[in-house]
Design a binder for this molecule. Sequence first.
Ligand code: UD1
Length: 417
Amino acid sequence: MPDILVEGTYKLNGSVKVQGAKNSVLPIIAATVLCGGVCHIENCPKLSDVDASVKILEHLGAKCHFSGNILSIDPSGINDYVIPDNLMREMRSSSLFLGAILGRMGKARISSPGGCELGPRPIDLHIKSLKCLGADVIEHNGCVSLDVQNGLIGKEIHLSFPSVGATENTILAAVTAKGVTIIDNAAKEPEIEDLADFLKSAGAKIYGAGNDRIIVEGVKRLSSATHKIIPDRIVAATYISCVSSTGGDIELKDVNPAHIRSIISLYKEAGCEFSETTDSIRVKSNRRLKSVSTVRTLTYPGFPTDAGPALISSLSIAKGTTIFVENIFQNRFRYIDELKRFGANVQTEDRVAIIKGVKNLSGAVCECPDLRGGSALLVAALAARGNSVIKKTEHIKRGYEDIVFDISNLGGHILYI
Ligand code: UD1
């Protein structure tokens, strides 16, 4: 991927459409494995993680076709249950295919997703749930093989942590299991509700998605479905962060304000002004940001870990000191060394970052360590005096359809080089 060149301190103005949610579309693509006919996924963002998911589907035997932002998938030819190692490595979330492949084929095999840029990313909770529904599991030489002898059978499952991926995998395995599955302490993220809505339009019976108790009544088979992906709340949060740091007045279109209450509330505390309709948000920032009271990342509806890096960038030029506690991922702060190249004063210890706001950042050459770390560097570059070059931008492409185009349309001086 080309580098990104940014000349900072230009205010952002105008309106931008928010893309479909990465974290919705990935499990929904996996869910099509269970469907009986052609599925159409509308508002599908064009991301490298989506391409990686499509490659997995095609490897399994599905036929996929993009027309603009509609992804059509014909899963009728699926006849494989193994995701090869090279495809697993392209995308960590490929473990989301486990429940769906198991539901369709009665067996599934993947190589273990192992560690990743955010620290160890185990799938023990996914495996525990699938075992509970009747899968025999063998873990050997970094591979996980699951086999179901007598069909998956609904059970009551309590997740020890409301993991997003484990909740999704459990739903996927349960929708065509015999009997009723109850998932307690389920994740409540909007993307879980979106997955359930997709599955329900294909004939699944799911009650309570979006709450911490989800009930899935197994059905014999799923049919086809057409579904529109919800707006990406983390992309919306990133654009809010951009304008909060540069100053300006932007409108986010196709966004669900209810999904980003915790984010809006923090940027309001920092001094931004908001107004909203049911599907748009206007954000104004016309003075230096202020520090905010301690921020803690939490599961939904708390402040999302994925929106943390961009927020920290914004607060690095706020007046005063903010304490930020990362509760979800161990290794989230890797971008902070890169942020320091811009002159940010951020100290970290374990899961805590102390952000002492400086008056100005200066342009820097930096490398994205991961997707959301990349968003933090973009925010810093837009706010910094002078030119910045951002390298390793393939991480950004995993989650942002075309952030360079969007920001440049809003008046930012940014381009690929
Ligand atoms: C999803 C999102 C990711 C977001 C995260 C938290 C997708 C594709 N990705 O990731 O962008 O940052 O939710 O909102 O939707 N854990 C275990 N064992 C497990 C599963 C998880 O210990 O079996 C731990 C993880 O290591 C992590 C925490 O639980 O510390 C949260 O993980 P989880 O909610 O599962 O996140 P993901 O589904 O991986």
